[in-house]
Structures are given as C-alpha cells and as structure tokens.
Design a protein. Structure first.
Length: 489
C-alpha cells in the first residue's frame, strides 16, 4: 500500500498509483482516511520526494518527517497493546557512547614511529610492513604483499581501539576467465564419488541451522546437526552477554540506560529532557564504556569466527560434537561425559548411525534449496545469515586443507610404519629437510619441507614424537628454531 499507492501519489504527475489487490475488500472510510494522510504529506512537501532530491537537499524533507514522527508518536501513546505499536524512528542521529575506533594512515603511522612518511604506494607498504607482522595475514615477505598477482591489496590504513587492530584490505577485481579448479556437480562421476569422496547433503531442520546426512555407503547413513543454541554456545554469546549485564547492574549503568528518554520524538520538551538526562549521567556512562570495554567487541568477533569454524568442522571431520579426538581430554570434560552418559536414554534413530564414523575421504558437501542464498530470507526459528557464513567458512577450510596424502592402513604394525618411513626417505634422498605435523586425526604426518621441490607427504599410525625420535636415531637432527623440522646430518 505505501509503495504502490501512497508514494506514487506523492510523486504527482510522474507517479502511477495502483491500488493493491490484497486490499480490495475495504470500506470507503478507509480509502478516505488514506487520502487524507496523502494530502497532509503533500501540503508539507517542498519538492518531489525522489532519491536524487533527497540526496541533494535532505533538509527540505524535515517538516514531512517531523509530521510522520508526531503522528506515529500519538498512535503509540494511545495504543495499549505493545504488539500493535508501530515502529517509530529518530529525526536526528543517535551516536553510540561505546568505546570508539581510531584510524591510522601512513602519515599518522610516520608520526608514531618517528619516521619520514612515504610518497609512493610502495614506500607506504614498506613502512607498514616494517612496523607490523604481516605473516599473520599469510604474507611471508614484502614481495608477496606487493605482488600484482595477489587477490587483495593493502589500503595502507588500519583501525584500532587500543585492544584489537583491524587492517583494511581491498579485494581485487576477479578475472573474467573461468577457474579450471572450480567444478560443477555434473563434473563428478558416480564411480569417482564412491571411491574418493564422502557425500554430505544438508538442509535446514525445524530447530537446527542445518541437518546433514553423511553417506558412508548406501546402507550406512549418518546424521549430523547444529542448532542455533549450539552455535551461540560455540561463540560464547550468552555467557559474555550475561557477564556484561552483571557488570552494568553492579555499576548502576543498567538502570541509567533503561530510564533514558527516547530520541524518537519531535516534542521539544521531551527532547530537552533527554539531553539533560544524558548530560547528568554522561560521566558514569563514559566510565563504563572506557578502554576496559574494548575486549567485549573483540571477543564477540573471535566468538563468531570460532562458531563458524566449528560448524564447518562438523561437516568436514565431525568437530568436537561428534569426533572425540577433537575434544580436550580434561578432567572436567571427562566428568561431564560420564554424567551425560549415565543420564542418557538409549534411543535408536532409524536410518542413522548411532556413533560417529571417521573417514579419510574428501567431503562432497551439497547444499539444498533451503540452504542456498538464504542470508536475506527470514526463516522463522533460524538465525539469519548463518547459512552464508557456513558456506564461506567451508570454502575457506577446504581451500586451506593439506594436499591429498596416501593413508596408512589401520592394521599396520610399528615395524611396517618404520619401513614405510625408510621407503619415503629413500624416494626423497635428494631432499634435506622434512617436516612432521598433525594429520587432523591425532596421528603424525611426515612431509618434505624443501621449498624448491614439490611437496610430498604420507600419513602414519604413529605419534609425532615417535616419528621424530626415529628420524633422530637414523641420522637426522632437529633444528633449534623449529621443533617440527628435521634435517639430514
């Protein structure tokens, strides 16, 4: 009604008002009421309400907006049911009282580090690179940061609140040619999927962000879920919110914020009352939202990252929810698991495995129609934007995974593993450096660490320390800088 009929009437001769079909069965009194509202707005309009005029001269629409706010305010005052109250808005900006970020550019950084500011993009990049550790962003040296083939460009700017720092990168325009490493579902053959991949289909559940069916075989189906409450638990949102609310109550900030007069008014007396109230309690609010509140925002950001990563891990390797190898083996967790197992009722889920089954196959994750492009579509009972965050985290996780490595059979003995290591070392006799790391399943993986040779690796059924001791006993030495790198003597 507002868009198709009222707004088109306000455009005058340029408009094309159409009465919506869903409002056919209305009385003449309702039509006259809408016509009176349109006429009141027309009388207060100085220019046509187009996007161009609103951007060029926003002050010419203040009288119209003030009239709308006053009418909404009178409706809210006379309304007894809170659910029937219309949503009002403020005529002026309402700045936040929370701890602010400050921006640091090239000149600001030069003043801080007491160096001469650069005049070119390369000099500015060198100044930032010499001050901060860009290896945290994946840039091993300055050449990678300045490389024209890089997918991002550093904008020589950062923001900080004294606790965390935010570096500004710009994404480069992608090339038009198609990426040969991107495949469609039609590119996979049925035999290839059975041999190399682990199919996983997911859709939203009634109370879950996603419900995934993992097909180990046509007869073995496993169900994995993640609910909105679990995602909030991974992020620690409720725990931190409770902690902040407790601090507000202790310092009497909760009462101050609750009794703060509204800014959604055009009444002069009410707005002056809000200003007087803020001026009286401003020192107390600034004392609470000081530099001590900076960790709140940083911890929320870390929590969102942790929750998205755990949702992706549930699909890739089971995560901490299904894969016991991913959990921390603490005394507290052991007691909780024993208590949970004692109180747990034994139920059978038809068509689903009762226990988690690990697999070395590559997960082939298929999003259903209920999971694709649903960030802006509100689904009742679901967290908005969670599906898009899950898809981006999956792409990042699967992109950063290690190359495919041949797995060791489960029935291999220790002697067989040692023989397999000897064969691997003999096949790479020209390489000096080898690296031992975790294979994401609690076992060791030995790989070539020479940057001049193609990377090769094998998974073992031995721990990292056992493999390291075997290499030391066979003429290798561990470097002092990195305990995971072993060099031939």
């Amino acid at each position: 009604m507002a868009r198709e009929y009222c707004y088109e009437h306000l455009l005058g001769s340029n408009g094309n008002p159409k009465w919506p079909k869903q409002f056919d069965l209305v009385r003449i009194a309702h039509v006259n009421q809408i016509t009176d509202i349109i006429q009141e707005l027309k009388n207060r309009l100085l220019i046509t309400p187009t996007t161009t005029n609103l951007t060029a001269s926003p002050t010419k629409f203040l009288s119209v907006l003030g009239y709308i706010i006053s009418e909404l305010e009178s409706i809210c005052d006379n309304c007894t049911d809170p659910l029937d109250k219309p949503r009002n808005f403020s005529l002026v900006p309402t700045p936040s009282l929370r701890w602010k970020y400050i921006s640091i550019n090239c000149r600001s950084l030069a003043t801080i580090v007491k160096k001469k500011s650069g005049t070119t993009y390369k000099e500015n990049i060198e100044q930032f690179y010499s001050t901060f550790d860009f290896k945290k962003f994946g840039f091993e040296n300055l050449e990678e940061l300045l490389s024209p083939e890089s997918k991002v460009r550093f904008m020589c700017s950062m923001m900080t609140d004294g606790f965390g720092a935010c570096f500004v990168f710009a994404r480069c325009k992608p090339k038009k040619e198609t990426d040969p490493n991107v495949f469609d579902l039609e590119d996979f053959q049925a035999d290839e999927v059975k041999e190399h991949f682990l199919p996983c289909a997911l859709d939203p559940g009634r109370r879950q962000i996603f419900t995934a069916t993992v097909a180990h075989s046509p007869e073995e189906l496993e169900i994995r879920r993640c609910s909105g409450k679990e995602r909030a638990c991974y992020a620690g949102t409720n725990r931190r919110a409770t902690y902040v609310e407790r601090l507000k109550t202790q310092q009497n900030v909760k009462t101050i914020e609750t009794n703060l007069p509204t800014a959604k008014t055009v009444n002069n007396e009410k707005f002056q009352e809000r200003i007087r109230y803020l001026l009286v309690h401003l020192p107390r609010l600034f004392q609470f939202y000081s530099y001590k509140s900076a960790p709140f925002r940083f911890n929320d950001y870390q929590g969102r990252q942790r929750a998205n990563a755990e949702m992706a891990n549930i699909l890739i390797n089971g995560g901490k929810k299904y894969n016991k190898m991913k959990r921390k083996n603490t005394i507290k967790n052991r007691k909780q698991r024993k208590k949970k197992h004692k109180d747990k009722k034994i139920t059978k889920d038809k068509g689903a495995l009762s226990t988690f089954k690990d697999s070395d196959s590559i997960p082939l994750i298929v999003f259903g129609d209920g999971m694709k492009n649903k960030d802006t579509v509100a689904i009742k009972g679901h967290t908005s934007g969670a599906t898009g965050a899950l898809q981006r985290e999956l792409q990042l996780s699967l992109t950063n995974t290690r190359p495919l490595t041949p797995s060791a059979p489960n029935d291999m003995t220790t002697a067989d593993c040692y023989a397999r290591i000897d064969q691997f070392l003999n096949n790479n006799a020209s390489i000096k450096d080898f690296k031992i790391e975790d294979d994401n399943h609690g076992m060791g993986m030995i790989s070539t660490a020479d940057s001049y040779s193609p990377k090769q690796a094998i998974n073992m059924r031995l721990s990292q320390s056992t493999i390291g001791n075997y290499l030391i006993n066979n003429g290798f030495q561990c470097t002092s800088n990195n305990t995971s790198i072993y060099t031939r003597k």
